[in-house]
Design a binder for this molecule. Sequence first.
Ligand code: SF4
Length: 229
Amino acid sequence: MNAFGVYVHVPFCRERCDYCAFATYTDRDHLMERYADACVLELQRAIGAGDLASATSVFFGGGTPSRLRPETLCRVLDAIPRAAGAEVTVECNPEDADAAHNTLTALHGIGPWTADVYLLFCLRHGDAWPAGDLAVQEAVKIGLGLKTRPTAKEMAPLAEPWRPMRGAAAHLWWAYYRAIRKREGVIADKEKTNAVSNTARAVSNNVPVAKGSSAEAKITTGQLPRSKK
Ligand code: SF4
């Protein structure tokens, strides 16, 4: 089969960059759905006229395609005849982690954890927040002295004070989790213990630690909270 690529231009941006020469707009968001309708109509006409081969790759560029609602993006994608295993690429604004997360998870087979880890480790996104990661949840529970491990939904408001660096906070929580797990049942040396406790304090930022909790006592005294079996 011959390679055949389809490019879909999405001309909507949140802000206009001085250096950009692409056809994009910041004041026409109200036309997003109608623009998608027009794309689908154009595709249907091309298919009806026998003018469109099955795509081996589809690229959504712009503009900022991740500004479209995931359902809208998928509506256009579904209108494109695609060969088995076709590659699909969507440009995302690197500052817009939530939009990128939503766009990725709208694609069949990509779950929230996969999307967040992809954003963090492949795109090195500074604000991606792996709310469903069990190690981060457990570290947040211990570090903030919560009674139960927070769900992915409960993790979202906890991380609000750490925007736009929630990804960096996640790395710190992973480091904290690793440190407390490695030292389970062992009194760590003071220098390392203080470093971990400082990390927990830095990450906890404006999020209140439960008063009187064992985690609060241990963090404020520079002692590692122990994880429970
Ligand atoms: S397409 Fe990219 S570079 Fe151009 S205005 Fe939009 S965000 Fe800026």
